[in-house]
Design a protein around this ligand. Structure first.
Ligand code: ADP
Length: 144
């Protein structure tokens, strides 16, 4: 059976631990080596209102206050990457949320600390990619 390929955009944040360890280039290279291409980038310090929106699905979790402060510890770098099956490819290269369970060779397995401090965020579905890209980038900032 021939499977239809899907050309997608996905959204990445290099989180404060990734920034402090200066991993932006290493992480981006893993994605570009997999055939993905950056079409937007931005550096900013995330604000609490933006984080409350971005992590709304975790608002009732006990670790939510930690996420709010951790994600504001330093500026972050954000990217939109484009390519065939970009969303699944990036999630696979990133590894599971808990860096301790992430296999070596994945970004979180190689550079993450635990389930909260895990180097990077990446969209997990087509819907969340659309929402997240629109949350952090204006249409004219995307060159896809
Ligand atoms: P992912 O980032 O892999 O998509 P989630 O959307 O479930 O995972 O969680 C968002 C972020 O919240 C995680 O990347 C991590 O920083 C933090 N987080 C998730 N689960 C936990 C947990 N059990 N304890 C501490 N932090 C967590």
């Amino acid at each position: 059976m021939i499977q239809a390929m899907s050309f997608e955009q996905t959204f990445i944040i290099i989180k404060p631990d990734g920034m402090q360890k200066n991993l932006t280039g290493v992480v981006l290279q893993r994605f570009t080596q997999a055939g993905l291409r950056p079409v937007a980038c931005k550096m900013m310090r995330l604000t609490e209102p933006l984080l409350r929106e971005h992590y709304a699905h975790l608002a009732d979790k006990p670790f939510f206050p930690f996420i709010l402060s951790y994600m504001q510890q330093s500026p972050v770098m954000m990217f939109v990457l484009e390519g065939e099956q970009a969303i699944a490819k990036v999630r696979e290269l990133l590894g599971p949320t808990d860096s301790k369970l992430a296999p070596k060779g994945t970004i979180r397995g190689d550079f993450g600390v635990d389930k909260s401090t895990n180097v990077a965020h990446a969209s997990d579905s087509v819907d969340s990619a659309h929402q997240e890209i629109a949350r952090f980038f204006k249409p004219e900032e995307i060159f896809g």
